[in-house]
Design a protein around this ligand. Structure first.
Ligand code: ADP
Length: 229
């Protein structure tokens, strides 16, 4: 479970206002949540606090009972293994094949070669990329690159999948594929948090929609749409 409790975040060099104020948000295990809001609303700050890249000025961010702002720097890499990350620009290693990109994520956590041989083909099957395992990112469509990136994000079995504008570079068909894949990963038990401006995707999914404005939650709707706030 993720809890933002009365969080305020003001960056050191922030002259006026705060990135987050009076910020309260609880995300339960297994939920699928969209975080939406205009540029500057505080969405990236929320993700940075969650990953322990920044600390709250006031209040606390608590993940599975752990106060994230109090985790020692040396322990942060382990804490971050609870999260799979997906980005707008995919961030695949361009000289590596799809298989090698996923394998890289497994090697970082010290997976055994036997475990990798079993797990990687399975995850590529799940994201529909088994037949592209030996392709380089440059040989793939945007939707395929993002599916490969999602495979990499979930191969280590994270509790949480955080996607930052995952459909921002995709056409409608690619966006729909990615949405369906995120939903299917969510059905498998992973909590999915998607930061997005993609109204079509939000409207299609009918999931929980949390809208931020000026650093606070202004609306939180179950099975919501993009324009509900
Ligand atoms: P969003 O991701 O919704 O666009 P951000 O979390 O990036 O919003 O920004 C929220 C507010 O915090 C904005 O006013 C922004 O200018 C400010 N901000 C973000 N990062 C920094 C930073 N590193 N230093 C100072 N101010 C920042």
């Amino acid at each position: 479970m993720i809890e933002f409790r009365n969080v305020e975040k003001r960056y050191d060099d922030q002259t006026a206002g705060s990135a987050l104020t009076d910020f309260n948000l609880t995300i339960g295990d297994g939920e699928f949540v969209f975080i939406i809001g205009e540029s500057g609303a505080g969405k990236s700050t929320l993700l940075r606090l969650l990953m322990g890249e920044e600390k709250p000025t006031k209040g606390s961010v608590v993940v599975d009972g752990v106060n994230v702002g109090r985790i020692r720097p040396a322990k942060l890499p382990y804490y971050r293994r609870h999260f799979g990350m997906v980005y707008q620009d995919f961030r695949l290693l361009k000289d590596y094949t799809v298989y090698e990109n996923v394998a890289f994520a497994q090697r970082v956590v010290g997976a055994s070669p036997q475990g990798m041989k079993r797990r990687i083909p399975k995850i590529l099957e799940t994201v529909g990329m088994a037949d592209k395992a030996d392709s380089l990112p440059s040989q793939l469509s945007g939707g395929e690159q993002q599916r490969a990136a999602i495979a990499r994000a979930v191969v280590n079995g994270p509790m949480y999948l955080l996607a930052d504008e995952p459909t921002g570079n995709l056409d409608p068909a690619g966006s729909e594929e990615v949405l369906r894949l995120l939903e299917s990963i969510n059905r498998g038990g992973t909590t999915v948090i998607v930061v997005t401006h993609d109204a079509a995707v939000v409207d299609k999914a009918r999931k929980r929609v949390v809208t931020l404005r000026d650093g606070s939650v202004v609306s939180d709707v179950k099975e919501g749409g993009y324009g509900d706030a």
